[in-house]
Ligand binder design. Structure first.
Ligand SMILES: [Zn+2]
Length: 464
């Protein structure tokens, strides 16, 4: 019998468990929720490992290691963050998402137990229980579950309580949606699956299935008022995974290949809204030397694909929070550029910075309008002030006056909206502000003059 959670974790770390090593970095919170075993969530600041030691201590270390792998698997699959992005909690689709997430995780853990005893018979979830194949994406399982559900709803049209079950109608339909899913989807693997016509509101809390390890996801998303919680969580998850894999390699040698691939994937997220990229760059205390060399943007979905792993992996969520120093963001508008810098484009691009302005009273944006010289200098208190800006100037283009001014003002980062047809900056390279992010329209711009200076983010331009 184990004596404490620390005891469990260190025993497994001694057996070179990557999973236990990862969990060792989380905040631990013990709960006395009777039917709870363990779960990982994000509390707004830290990753939290929640556990009920009374239940957990009954398990053999081998099982515990698999369960740790399960919890870290959710992080590697970004299940919490993706649930936020998909508005899973708001639409009360968590139950379906939870099952899909567990399917995706469990079938990838070798010899993951089908059940075990921890005070009750705990049955875990596998794709095969629903007749699905292994190795699909969480979204695939999610959609398959939805299809099945719709089919079985068609079959039982007389069941009036659960008939209008669909994504669209679920907004105003709390709980019952999830309950019906549990009844229909996981009957055979959970002893609480009973009969769904009891429609007990508490059903999700009874247990026997694996999903109660996600109950705190919803809680944390609902408790958080920060609209950026997903983004913050993702950054912190990434930091933890990255530092664990570094330490693991130092202590035990290289990671198994498949795990290494997964970790590398996780550390380099494939897509981000482009303003998030700008935000990450802005808030980055350590910007890499590389630029975002190739960023494709799609106006409608605003996703950007970056090849730059380094860039996004080291960046803490908010600037100036720790040291409580002012954080100055300089923005240069190249008003001579033949790009629609005044339309919603620039507003959108800067929108990602709104939360910084709001949440960090020490931050400010200084906006310069520049053509051949500075035409206006203005402090913005809110991103909305952008709309009140009158565009001044329309001459040729020289960026140095603006950049010099920002250097003088000691800004922490500069965002330059331009088409890139500017003077040759190569001889000024040492007198430029340190961190420059060039924001160019996707079409009709040139990177030639700025190629080796700072970062380049492409900006979507609507076809007019
Ligand atoms: Zn789970």
């Amino acid at each position: 019998m184990h004596t404490s959670i620390e005891d469990v974790i260190s025993s497994l770390v001694l057996r070179s468990s990557f999973w236990a090593m990862t969990i060792s970095k989380f905040n631990k919170r013990e709960t006395s929720e009777k039917t709870f075993l363990m779960g990982v969530t994000f509390n707004g600041n830290d990753v939290e490992f929640i556990y009920n030691f009374d239940n957990l201590k009954m398990l053999h270390l081998d099982i515990l290691d698999k369960l740790f792998a399960h919890e870290v698997g959710h992080i590697l699959n970004n299940h919490y963050v993706r649930a936020l992005e998909k508005n899973i909690f708001e639409n009360n689709l968590n139950h379906r998402w939870n099952i899909a997430a567990d399917m995706a995780v469990n079938c990838n853990i070798p010899n993951f137990p089908k059940s075990f005893y921890c005070g009750w018979d705990f049955h875990t979830i596998f794709p095969e229980q629903e007749g699905f194949e292994d190795g699909l994406l969480t979204e695939d399982y999610f959609n398959k579950l939805k299809e099945d559900e719709e089919e079985s709803n068609d079959d039982s049209e007389n069941d009036d309580s659960e008939e209008k079950d669909s994504d669209e109608s679920s907004e105003d339909k709390p709980e019952s949606n999830a309950d019906s899913e549990e009844g229909e989807q996981s009957n055979n693997e959970s002893d609480d699956g009973k009969d769904s016509d009891e429609s007990g509101e508490k059903k999700t809390e009874t247990t026997g299935s694996d999903q109660n390890d996600h109950t705190h996801w919803e809680e944390s998303s609902k408790n958080s008022k920060d609209p950026n919680i997903g983004y913050i969580a993702e950054n912190i998850f990434r930091e933890v995974i990255e530092s664990t894999s570094r330490e693991y390699t130092q202590s035990f040698g290289s990671l198994p290949n498949d795990l290494k691939v997964r970790i590398d994937d996780f550390i380099a997220p494939p897509k981000l809204p482009y303003y998030e990229i700008i935000k990450k760059l802005v808030t980055g205390s350590r910007m890499g030397k590389q630029k975002i060399s190739y960023s494709k943007l799609n106006r409608k979905r605003m996703y950007v694909f970056t090849e730059d792993d380094e860039l996004v992996s080291h960046i803490p969520p908010f600037p100036g929070k720790k040291n409580d120093v002012t954080f100055k963001i300089g923005v240069v508008l190249d008003t001579s550029a033949s790009v629609p810098i005044t339309d919603d484009g620039i507003y959108e691009a800067l929108n990602g910075l709104e939360s910084i302005l709001k949440n960090d009273s020490n931050s400010e944006i200084i906006l310069l309008q520049v053509d051949t010289d500075i035409r206006e200098e203005k402090k913005l208190k809110s991103i909305k002030d952008i709309h009140r800006i009158q565009i001044k100037g329309r001459g040729g283009t020289r960026m140095m006056p603006g950049l010099n001014r920002l250097k003088e003002l000691k800004v922490d980062v500069c965002l330059v909206f331009t088409d890139g047809y500017i003077e040759d900056l190569s001889s000024f390279i040492y007198s430029l502000p340190k961190k420059i992010i060039w924001i160019l329209p996707e079409k009709g711009s040139s990177e030639r003059m700025i190629e080796n200076i700072g970062h380049i983010v492409k900006f979507p331009v609507s076809d007019l």
